[in-house]
Ligand binder design. Structure first.
Ligand code: PLP
Length: 419
C-alpha cells in the first residue's frame, strides 16, 4: 500500500458537537483563572435523589444482559408513572428502553432504509447528524421569533404539499418544551398541527424529554391529538438529574405496526444491546417512587422558573428579543435589535457574536446556527443552569444560589450597553 495512504478522505464530514466545544473553551478559561459563565452547556444542576442512588449501589451486582426491549418491571413502572403524572395510556409492551433516549432516536431513524427527516429550525443539535448517519436527507422548516419559534401548521402543510416523492416516509422530530428555545405548544396549536400530520401520515417523534419540567400545570402532548403516528421519547436524564446514567425510552404506537417495532428492536440489538442492568433496576425504583418524584419535581420547577424569569426579564429590559421559558433549562435570546451596533464591530454571524461574548465577558452561549438557524442569525441559546442545585434537598434552605447566573447576565447586559 502507498505510504502516503490516508484514511481521512474516507471519513464522514462530521463536526464536533458545538455544545461540547463551548464546554472545552469554558474549561480553558477556567484553567487560566479567568471567569466563565457557563451558559453554553446545559445539564441538570440537580443531584439524583439519594434514595435512588442507594438503589443503584444495591443493584451493582446485576451483571446480566437484560432483554433488548428493556427490563419488564421498568417498562411497567414507566407506563404507570406517565399515566399518573401525564395521563398517558401506554401499553408497556410498546415501550423500548435504551441507553439514553438519544440512541433510541437514532434507532428509529436507522430502522428506515429510506426516509426524509424534517426538523423545525431551531432544533436540538443531534437530530440532524443522527439523520445523516442513518443516510437520510434533512429538511429544515423555518420558524420566527414572533411565533415563539414554533412550527406552524401552514409551514408544515406547505412543505408536505410541495414534496416530490410523497411515498418516502417522512419523520418529523418535534420537541417541547424545546431545547433550545424553552417554548411549548398549547393544546389548540397541537390540534391544528395534528391535522396536517394525519393528512400526510407523518411519523412524529415527540421528544418530551423535558415534559416533566414544564413550569405550568397545563402541559399538553401531541399524542392526545395524533396517537397513531406519535412516538414519544423521554427518559431519566432531565427530570431525575441523571443524564450520565444513560436511561431513556420510547413509546411506539401499535398502529405503526409490528414490523416497525421489530425493526427498531433490531437496530437496538445490533448497537447497544440493552441499557445497563444496574441502571435499569435503579430506574425502576425512580419511576415507582412517585411521592419522591413529585416533591423533587416541584422543587426543581420552582427554582428553574424563578431563575429563568429573572434572566428573561433582565435581558428583555436591556433590549434583547426573548420569550420567557415554559419549561426545561434554556432561553433563546435574539440579539438582532443590536445588529447595527454589532455590525460596526464586525459581528454579523451568531458564531462571531458568541465568540466575542466569550472573549470579552467570559459569557458562554451557543450560536443559533448550532441548532439549524442560518449563520447570519444573531440568535443564541442560553442555558441558565450554571448553579449548584445540590441545596435542593436542604430542607431549611431550599434556595439555590443564583449569584453566578445573575453575574453572567449582568456582564452580558453591560456588554450590550457598551456597544
Ligand atoms: N432530546 C433533547 C432535546 C435533549 O436536550 C437531550 C439531551 O440533552 C436528549 C434528547 C437526549 O437525552 P438522553 O440523555 O435521554 O439521551
Amino acid at each position: 500500500m502507498n505510504s502516503n495512504y490516508s484514511i481521512e478522505k474516507y471519513l464522514r464530514p462530521g463536526k464536533h458537537s458545538e455544545t461540547l466545544l463551548i464546554n472545552q473553551l469554558s474549561q480553558l478559561r477556567t484553567d487560566n483563572n479567568q471567569n466563565v459563565f457557563k451558559f453554553g452547556f446545559g445539564q441538570s444542576p440537580f443531584p439524583v435523589p439519594e434514595k435512588i442512588t442507594q438503589h443503584l449501589a444495591e443493584a451493582a451486582h446485576r451483571k446480566e444482559y437484560m432483554s433488548v426491549q428493556g427490563h419488564l418491571p421498568l417498562r411497567q413502572a414507566i407506563a404507570s408513572f406517565h399515566h399518573d403524572m401525564e395521563n398517558k395510556n401506554w401499553d408497556h409492551e410498546q415501550i423500548i428502553v435504551g441507553a439514553g433516549s438519544k440512541i433510541l432516536l437514532y434507532c428509529i431513524m436507522a430502522a428506515f432504509a429510506k426516509a426524509e427527516v424534517l426538523l423545525p429550525a431551531p432544533s436540538w443539535v443531534s437530530y440532524e447528524p443522527q439523520a445523516k448517519l442513518a443516510g437520510h436527507n434533512v429538511e429544515w422548516l423555518t420558524t420566527h421569533f414572533d411565533q415563539q419559534w414554533q412550527l406552524t401548521p401552514e409551514t408544515l402543510e406547505c412543505f408536505c404539499q410541495a414534496r416530490e416523492n410523497q411515498e418516502t416516509p417522512l419523520i418529523l422530530v418535534f420537541n417541547y418544551p424545546s431545547n433550545p428555545t424553552g417554548q411549548s405548544y398549547s393544546s389548540e396549536q397541537l390540534q391544528r398541527l395534528a391535522k396536517v400530520m394525519r393528512k400526510y401520515k407523518i411519523i412524529v417523534i415527540a421528544d418530551e424529554i423535558y415534559s416533566l419540567l414544564s413550569y405550568d400545570k397545563e402541559y399538553c402532548t401531541l399524542e392526545d391529538f395524533y396517537p397513531e403516528g406519535c412516538i414519544v421519547s423521554s427518559g431519566l436524564s432531565k427530570w431525575c438529574g441523571a443524564g450520565g446514567w444513560r436511561l431513556g425510552f420510547h413509546h411506539i404506537p401499535k398502529q405503526l405496526g409490528h414490523a416497525f417495532f421489530q425493526a427498531v428492536i433490531g437496530v437496538a440489538s445490533e448497537t447497544y444491546s440493552c441499557a445497563p442492568s444496574p441502571i435499569q433496576v435503579a430506574a425502576t425504583h425512580a419511576y415507582e417512587n412517585q411521592t419522591l418524584a413529585k416533591s423533587f419535581l416541584q422543587k426543581q420547577i420552582g427554582l428553574l422558573k424563578e431563575i429563568s424569569l429573572y434572566c428573561s426579564n433582565r435581558l428583555r429590559e436591556s433590549g434583547i428579543n426573548i420569550h420567557d421559558a415554559q419549561g426545561g433549562f434554556y432561553l433563546f435570546p435574539d440579539f438582532s435589535p443590536f445588529s447595527k451596533q454589532l455590525f460596526k464591530r464586525n459581528i454579523s454571524t451568531g458564531e462571531q457574536l458568541t465568540g466575542a461574548l466569550m472573549e470579552e465577558t467570559g459569557v458562554a452561549l451557543l450560536p443559533g446556527s448550532a441548532f439549524g438557524m442560518p449563520e447570519s442569525s444573531l440568535t443564541t441559546r442560553l442555558a441558565f443552569v450554571d448553579f449548584d442545585g445540590s441545596q435542593i434537598w436542604v430542607a431549611e434552605n431550599e434556595k439555590a444560589e443564583f449569584d453566578k447566573v445573575k453575574q453572567g447576565i449582568e456582564k452580558l447586559c453591560d456588554w450590550l450597553g457598551s456597544l
